[in-house]
Every structure is written in C-alpha cells, then in structure tokens.
Ligand binder design. Structure first.
Ligand code: NAD
Length: 378
C-alpha cells in the first residue's frame, strides 16, 4: 500500500481524483478528526459507502485507499441494481484508542454538510455504536441498529446472498441447485462464513472449514452434531488444496493469486470476501483452469441491498425478496460470459458499465427534483 501511495504522491490531487466527482477533507482539531470522504460517481443516485477507520501511515495512503474503495462502491451498487452511486470515507486514526463520541459526532456534521450526496455507515474499524453518535448530527446514515429505526445486522443478508449465489453456481454447473448433494470448502467462519456454514449443514451438505480462531470451528462442529450435515476442519493453509465442489472465501481479500490457483481443486469459487482476485488477470487464470468464478461484489451484495433498502423503512421480508435477485444476477453473468467468450469478472464489469451508461442518458431528462423519494428520516 505504501509503494502505491508514494506513486500516487507524484500526481497532483486532481490527477489522482481524475475519475471522481468530489473529495472532501474533514478536519476538526477539537476532536482530532481527520477524515476524507470520496464521492466517485452519482449517476445512479447519492453516493453510498461505509466509513473505514485505520491508522494510515500518511494522508496519501488514506487518500489512495478512499479513492479505490469509493470506485469499487460504484460497481457494487450498479451490479446490485441499486439507485446509489459510489462513495466511501476513511478516518485516519487507530480504532483501538483514537475513538470518541465527539469525533463521530463531528464526522456526522461533515456528512450532513453534503446534504444527502453521501450516505455512510460501518466498515473496517468502525461499529454501529460509532454511527449511533454520528446519527445525532445527520440522517444520512444507514446500517444502524433496529432500536434506532435501522435494519440491524447486515451480515444476515450478506450470508443469505452467498447462499443464493451458491445455488445459482450449482444450477449453472450441474443443472440442479440442490445444496445438500455437494461439498464445500469454507475459509473464515466469522459473521458471514458461520451463517453460510449453518445453512449448508441444515441442507445436509458436507463442508470443510478453517478459521484462525479455533472457537469458530468448535461452534460449527457443535452445530453439525444437530444436523445431518458433516463438517471437517482443515489447517489454514490446506483449505486451498481441499477437494470440493465450491470454495467459499469468507475471510480476507487477494486469496486468489499465483500461489493458490495452482493448488485449487474445486469447480467454482463463490464467497463473501471482498477483492478476492489479487489482480484482474487472475480471473483469466481461473478460467484457463476451468474454475467458475462468481464475482465477489455480486455474491456479497446482500448486506448492501439491506442497508440501501433501510431508507424505505426497515422490512426484513422485502430485503429477503431483493436479496433473492442475486441468484438471477449471477446466473445471467455466467451465461453472458459464456456467450461473449469472456471471463465472468469481465462480464460483470461490462454489465456495470452498461447500467451506468444507460442511466447517464436518462439523467438528461429534466425533472423538477432529482432527490430520491426515500428520505424517510427527514
Ligand atoms: P468477520 O471478521 O466476522 O470474520 C472473518 C473470519 O475470518 C474471522 O473468524 C477470522 O478469524 C477468519 N480469518 C481471517 N483470516 C483467516 C485466514 N487466513 N484463514 C482462515 N480464517 C481467517 O468478517 P465477516 O463480516 O464475516 O466478513 C467476511 C468477509 O466478507 C470479509 O472479507 C468482508 O469484507 C466480506 N463482506 C462482509 C459483509 C458483511 O455483511 N459482514 C458484507 C460484504 C463483504
């Protein structure tokens, strides 16, 4: 990350944000808040993206991260068919000891000053408690707890979306989306991986699991004892070599790389982890090896669908219906990739570009107000 930041430093700020609409530097000496909000593209609607808190070594490193992440959000929102654009914020600081209620209230004021151009919530290093503070200053927050009128834990919808993605993948590969007759290798049994594992066990599937934390593996084993499914734990490094139908990465990014692709003995990859491919070229390597790759930002869109939906007023049933669409979205991407003779990652990228282009032409149509109709908290 540092090397990239150094390279970025050689460019001036406008060159760095050449593809972004707006970058806002937020400085509040009284609370120590130093944050950057990046709005990448609002063609589809207001920018949406979480706020990350991280002890960046330099402002350039933070800027590089927020520009990259906000661009990714434009793709995610477009692929999921949401009326949102891409944005993201980073707070420079250590989440262990630099947090205070005042800091998040100050951040909320900055978000509010954008007057609905940017909606945010939790990300790495921030929690719903932090955003309950920000919510005192602004309504432009999503992913808040149920007691504050929000939709609560979004990892439930993310896991549900992963299950639909698995079904679409099986249907495409084997002509049946029956989860129980297949085998799976799951990396990471946290908030998402654990729920996916539970679901697969309930469906009587055979799963191979690994997690850095032995307690997480123990929880799954206890669960398996109450189902007809089977669970086997494997060592951390062995998960890539595990023979199974589908590899489900639910831990960290960049795990599909030159080292791991050679080891993989699966027919498909479909998991929640963000940025699974170390480089775009790894999508081609997977294709050459005959491994079907489900683009991560489609597989893990469930949580995003939930927090976007929250602005209509929380409704778990409606979110469930919307999350089901992941099955169709992914299946269509698989088919399109086959038709066009491209990788699934490229097919997803083409879809994103098409969605944005179509809306760009519709945005020329003058209406008295372009404000979305779901400002329920105003
Ligand atoms: P989490 O922190 O709750 O769980 C991650 C788990 O992975 C932990 O149990 C951790 O011990 C384990 N882990 C970390 N490194 C590992 C390794 N090398 N080998 C095996 N296990 C390892 O995170 P989560 O919320 O479950 O999210 C999982 C992934 O999905 C992340 O990449 C996250 O960015 C992505 N994601 C999550 C959501 C959501 O709604 N929570 C939404 C979209 C994307």
């Amino acid at each position: 990350m540092k090397q990239l930041a150094d390279k970025q430093q050689e460019k001036n700020i406008f060159e760095q944000m050449a593809h972004h609409e707006q970058v806002m530097f937020c400085n509040d000496p009284a609370t120590g808040l130093q944050a950057i909000i990046a709005i990448h593209d609002t063609t589809l609607g207001p920018a949406l993206g979480g706020t990350r808190m991280y002890p960046y070594q330099s402002v350039d490193e933070a800027l590089e991260d927020v520009l990259r992440l906000s661009e990714g959000m434009t793709h995610k929102c477009a692929a999921a068919g949401l009326d949102f654009g891409g944005g993201k914020a980073v707070i420079i600081g250590n989440p262990e000891h630099d947090k205070s209620s005042a800091l998040f209230r100050a951040f909320g004021q900055f978000v509010d000053s954008l007057n609905g151009r940017f909606y945010t919530g939790t990300d790495m290093g921030t929690t719903t408690d932090d955003f309950v503070e920000a919510l005192k200053e602004t309504n432009f927050i999503n992913g808040i707890p149920e007691v504050y009128g929000g939709s609560g834990d979004s990892s439930i919808s993310t896991a549900q979306g992963v299950v639909h993605a698995l079904e679409a993948t099986l249907e495409y590969l084997f002509g049946s989306h029956d989860l129980g007759t297949r085998t799976y290798a799951i990396q990471g049994l946290g908030k998402v991986g654990c729920k996916v594992a539970f679901h697969l066990l309930e469906a009587r599937a055979e799963i191979y699991v690994t997690d850095l934390n032995p307690d997480r593996v123990r929880i799954i084993k206890e669960k398996a004892a109450k189902t007809n499914g089977n669970v086997y734990s494997v060592d951390r490094g062995d998960i890539y070599r595990t023979e199974a139908d589908v590899f489900i990465p639910c831990a960290m990014g960049a795990i599909i790389n030159d080292q791991t692709i050679d080891q993989l003995k699966v027919k498909a990859i479909a998991g929640s982890a963000n940025n699974q491919l170390q480089t775009p070229g790894h999508a081609e390597k997977l294709q050459e090896k005959g491994i079907l790759y489900a683009p991560d930002y489609i597989v893990n869109a469930g949580g995003l669908i939930q927090v976007a939906d929250e602005l209509y007023g929380p409704d778990p049933e409606r979110v469930l219906v919307k999350t089901k669409a992941i099955y169709r979205m992914l299946f269509d991407i698989y088919q399109q990739a086959e038709t066009d003779g491209v990788t699934t990652a490229e097919a997803a990228g083409r879809k994103v570009r098409r969605v944005i282009k179509e809306q760009q032409s519709r945005n020329n149509f003058y209406t008295r107000t372009r404000r979305p109709k779901w400002h329920i908290r105003e």
